[in-house]
Ligand binder design. Sequence first.
Ligand code: NAP
Ligand code: G4F
Length: 369
Amino acid sequence: MCSVCSVCSVVNTLSNPQSAIHNRSRMAKSKPRTALITGITGQDGSYLAELLLSKGYTVYGMIRRSSTFNIDRIEHLYQDPHVADYRLRLVYGNLTDGSRITQLLAEIQPDEIYNLGAQSHVQVSFEQPEYTGDVDAVGVTRLLESVRALGLKSRIYQACSSEMFGNAPSPQGENTPLMPRSPYAAAKAYAFWMCKSYREAYGLFIANGILFNHESPRRGPTFVTRKITRAVARIAAGKQKALYLGNLEASRDWGYAPDYVEGMWQMLQAKKPDDFVLATGESHSVQEICELAFARAKLDWRKHVKHDKRYLRPAEVDHLCGDASKARKQLGWKPRVKFEELVNIMVDADIQAVGEGRDDFRSEERWFK
Ligand code: NAP
Ligand code: G4F
């Protein structure tokens, strides 16, 4: 429990106990808060829902309708809607549907909105640039316009991305120029500027979180970390022989997703809305992940990793390494899990999944040309 206030349930994360975060946590003592999460079925949405529920929030999660019920990552949080203390509520909606967003916001009137919903895959954004822009860019305008038109006082977190920096020199911080190199990054940059603009023009409380890559056992299987750790588990069990990858030289600042959702929450507890980078400050190549992940399973990566040019991007971001000193100083945010531990957590989780027969390894990418 936090040593400064009796309400704040942050454990061992705040290195700066005088930070503004405590002021709001104290204020929150009397009234339970309500949050709306878009993208609750995603990696970050699921960890954030856990965090907010543990803090006593009522959480509304906006999900898109699909022919199969896509709630694997939040199934463990299910609550019977007939019990009195029913605090996780799913509602249908879509960032492409402005009238539904307005209707939901009018009904829920959330204290906090976390906009995590997105077409979040960079390579896919080259194949679906128009759709990516509709969801990741214009979708944000729809949300902001609804909040503004309804006159809500909701605090808003916008999930921006280190991908917006493109090949700008590292370490990249809040003042580094944005140089997007993909439709995804361009859409996120548009969203970033719209949020700044609505903050300045209408005084809305909007925090842009510029997050560097963050991973976990819940990471989507077509992102490179999880693609590697799933393959390692399969290969170690004799169920797969080779792993096909694209650019092994690209390097990213890879952190652990549960650390990053704490930072999102902290941004909305600050006195003033602002932009914050969250990153570990270390960068490692895709090849380094292969080396560590295969070694964890006592395998030699060189015997199994093959090249496939279909995973090369029309334009690549070569090197990302973030400077999160502002978040450390102003929010007290600090990542706890380091690179090697992250890889081990992910490999171990996938090995366990294979061992327990939970390996639904249909290897989604094989379905595509
Ligand atoms: P993710 O696992 O891909 O989850 C994306 C979520 O967005 C899913 O719940 C998805 O729903 C939902 N979504 C997709 N299209 C939507 C639409 N049209 N309307 C409403 N919801 C929609 O992504 P993540 O890794 O959790 O990332 C969360 C956010 O942070 C994203 O905005 C991403 O761009 C951003 N970000 C991520 C990272 C990272 O390293 N993870 C770094 C920087 C920024 P379905 O389940 O139905 O597909
Ligand atoms: O795992 P990735 O697909 O993640 P990427 O492109 O960095 O994007 C992720 O992080 C962003 C933050 O910077 C988020 F905004 C975004 O939503 C997403 O979460 O690729 C990482 C690197 C790239 O350089 C890619 O070219 O790995 C390289 N790579 C090499 N082979 C591969 C592969 N990436 C994928 N997905 N699949 C491969 O086979």
